[in-house]
Design a protein around this ligand. Structure first.
Ligand code: ZN
Length: 253
């Protein structure tokens, strides 16, 4: 099932499910008890919003060997974690805003896990029971500030630096899916999720050994090789085969 969050005219945002090009309302808690209404609302009549409202966005650095190498880094022995603030979220279609503090903002195409159940000390075997579904993400990064700051909070945390969507797919198989990123139609990144150093289950277990995961939380699973700069006027498209695609224009602040 594909879960969307959407807004109709001036009404309050709400969750729904997508069937072909029609949306049906969902009554209740998507992570708990809910009821699906018939899918009858044309998708073109609503604005799709980022499909989750996470309490935190946990990200994994250098989880593809070729990407670690392209930036001159070693592959970590354990997952390298960092956070993005929820204030950085935008939906597909909204603009990535290049801040004046950076001269090198880059795209990072990523598979994103959406947590479905509260959990701590989750084992790799139990991990799938805590995963609600998957979505497509762009972990936008000010590469120059990432290098100069050492800590990554500023480089990864600007408003508009976290695009994901357009829906959550609850049935997606993440084991061998092709992730691509195009800028103005030109291919920049392409790799399979099977090349990830640490699997989704390993990441869920490792992160939950540190912090409690909450329903709606996101895990950005790392980006493959091919990251590159964005400039005003660009359009960046991230796609995962069988899952979906997001598209964001780029503009200067
Ligand atoms: Zn990333």
């Amino acid at each position: 099932m594909r879960i969307v969050r959407y807004q109709q005219k001036d009404e309050a945002p709400q969750y729904g499910w997508l069937l072909d090009d029609k949306i049906g309302e969902i009554d209740g808690d998507i992570f708990g008890r809910y009821r699906r209404r018939d899918a009858s609302l044309p998708r073109a009549e609503v604005k799709l919003l980022a499909p989750s409202q996470p309490s935190k966005i946990v990200c994994v650095g250098r989880n593809y060997v070729d990407h670690a190498k392209e930036l001159g880094n070693e592959v970590p022995k354990v997952p390298l974690l960092f956070l993005k603030p929820p204030s950085s979220i935008i939906s597909s279609g909204e603009s990535i805003v290049l801040p004046p503090q950076s001269a090198q903002v880059e795209h990072e195409a990523e598979l994103v896990v959406v947590v479905g159940k509260r959990g701590r000390h989750i084992t790799t075997e139990e991990a799938k029971n805590y995963i609600f579904g998957y979505t497509v993400g762009n972990d936008v990064t000010a590469r120059d500030l990432q290098k100069t700051d050492g800590q990554w909070t500023r480089a990864k945390g600007f408003d508009t630096f976290c695009s994901f969507g357009p829906w959550i797919d609850t049935d997606f198989d993440p084991s061998d899916a092709v992730v691509t990123c195009r800028v103005n139609g030109q291919m920049r990144q392409m790799a399979s999720t099977r090349d990830m150093v640490f699997s989704v289950a390993t990441l869920v277990a490792y992160i939950s050994s540190v912090m409690t995961l909450e329903p709606g939380d996101l895990i950005f699973t790392g980006t493959p090789a091919g990251v590159g700069p964005l400039k005003p006027g660009d359009r960046v498209d991230v796609e995962i085969d069988g899952l979906g695609a997001i598209s964001n224009p780029v503009k200067a602040e």
